[in-house]
Design a protein around this ligand. Structure first.
Ligand code: GRF
Length: 218
């Protein structure tokens, strides 16, 4: 049975691209991206969707407050009737009624190892905090921003010579791996979402490697 996915994206859409690439390679099955929605008419994400033959819709936020915009989005999504909504760089905060319309069916990707560095500029704040290990997280969306049960995480090292761009690129490459994998797990019905945590059914390959940064040699 096909699981229909709607993607909400505000910007350049590399995570959307990663999802579409995975779909093309058969790595998203049984999920299918059936609609892309944006609050930004010029979002590259919309152009990518057009190019790849996916229905793309700009939902105009002009003159709407947060609640009215969430209603407009809900209406647009309704026609699409998605099984899961993926926030892939969607820069607007959703309302409780939006979230309740898709209970435990909204996934978000965030460029940090949550619960650290919720909110904007996570990569810059990670650098400023001097962490040695950064990363990306997919999670189920709850009412608090960038909170909610974690699905997958990927860790990357922080290099001494990193600036925000270099670190962001390394984290982005990790995002592109865990977002499609999370959508697939969802579509396969393998996520069981509890109040605070997610458990994943079936065989899991856990690599028992310790990431120590920098690796200390004597
Ligand atoms: C990603 O870093 C995502 O984690 C964040 O916004 C960025 C979106 O990038 N929330 P893209 O539009 O998918 O290229």
């Amino acid at each position: 049975m096909m699981v229909s996915v709607a993607v909400l994206a505000s910007g350049r859409g590399t995570n959307l691209e990663a999802l579409l690439d995975a779909q093309e390679d058969g790595d998203l099955d049984p999920a299918r991206i059936e609609g892309v929605f944006s609050d930004n008419e010029d979002a590259r994400a919309l152009a990518i969707a057009h190019e790849r033959g996916v229905e793309a819709q700009f939902v105009d936020p002009d003159g709407l407050d947060r609640a009215a915009y969430a209603e407009a989005l809900l209406e647009a999504l309704d026609a699409n009737d998605p099984d899961v909504v993926v926030l892939a760089g969607f820069m607007r905060i959703l309302t409780p009624s939006f979230i309740q319309a898709y209970p435990d069916r909204i996934l978000n990707i965030h460029p940090s190892l949550l619960p650290q560095f919720r909110g904007l500029d996570a990569q810059r704040r990670a650098l400023e905090a001097g962490v040695r290990i950064a990363g990306a997280t997919t999670h189920i969306v709850r009412e608090d921003v960038d909170a909610g049960p974690i699905v997958l995480q990927a860790a990357v090292p922080v290099h001494p010579e990193d600036d925000v761009e270099r670190l962001s690129d390394r984290i982005l490459a990790a995002e592109h791996r865990i977002l499609p994998a999370s959508v697939r797990l969802f579509a396969e019905g393998r996520l069981s979402v509890g109040q605070d945590t997610v458990s994943i059914k079936g065989d899991l390959k856990i690599t028992d490697t310790t990431l120590i940064v920098p690796e200390v040699t004597s």
